[in-house]
Design a protein. Sequence first.
Length: 224
Amino acid sequence: MVILLVEDDPAQLEPIHAALSQAGHTVDTAKDGETAQWLMTQKDYDLLIVDWMLPKVSGVSLCQQYRQTGKTAPVLLLTAKDTIADKVVGLDAGADDYLVKPIDLLELLARVRALGRRSPQWQGDTTIVGDLQLHRPTLTLERGEAIAQLSVREFQLMEYFMRHPRQVLSREQIESTLWEWGTEPESNAVTTLVRRLRQRMQAVGAKDWLETVYGMGYRLNAPE
């Protein structure tokens, strides 16, 4: 998933970011509410993980503003507040779940998986286009008897194409989705990644499915 993590404490932010990234997610981070507000206007996220106590704009206010825009991606609220009254405030503000600090990373990842299943973009553990199957738990691409092992980045790109079949995806869209905000991929990063993904697709007899639309980007075309 593409996740926005908003946390002002580096001791919390860094291990959570690392755990989510290792689990295959693309994670943008913000250390204050104002930066998070701006990021929420720049990209469509599959999940927001928001600390309650933030500089400038609180996590609860962020939840309220996010819901007022009509967006429905799940929100996980992180906080040291653990009374029933506090939980009610957070949930009424638009949060879908609530995790009390100190955060256990295994529990956090389990909550993320559960909330991911509520996301409008959720495809389940297996995404299917035509007779091509992409398996999230094993990072494998399967067609008939053939199976190809993908890297995390190759999996992310394949999943992005399969979520948007027959749609031209520009290099800018791919970079925005697969690379975290504030990072600058090398100029040929998308070209290199597409070439590697085509090699994996060739292993399962689907190399020709991925079309280069010159001057525009790339498109996944499943045979009729």
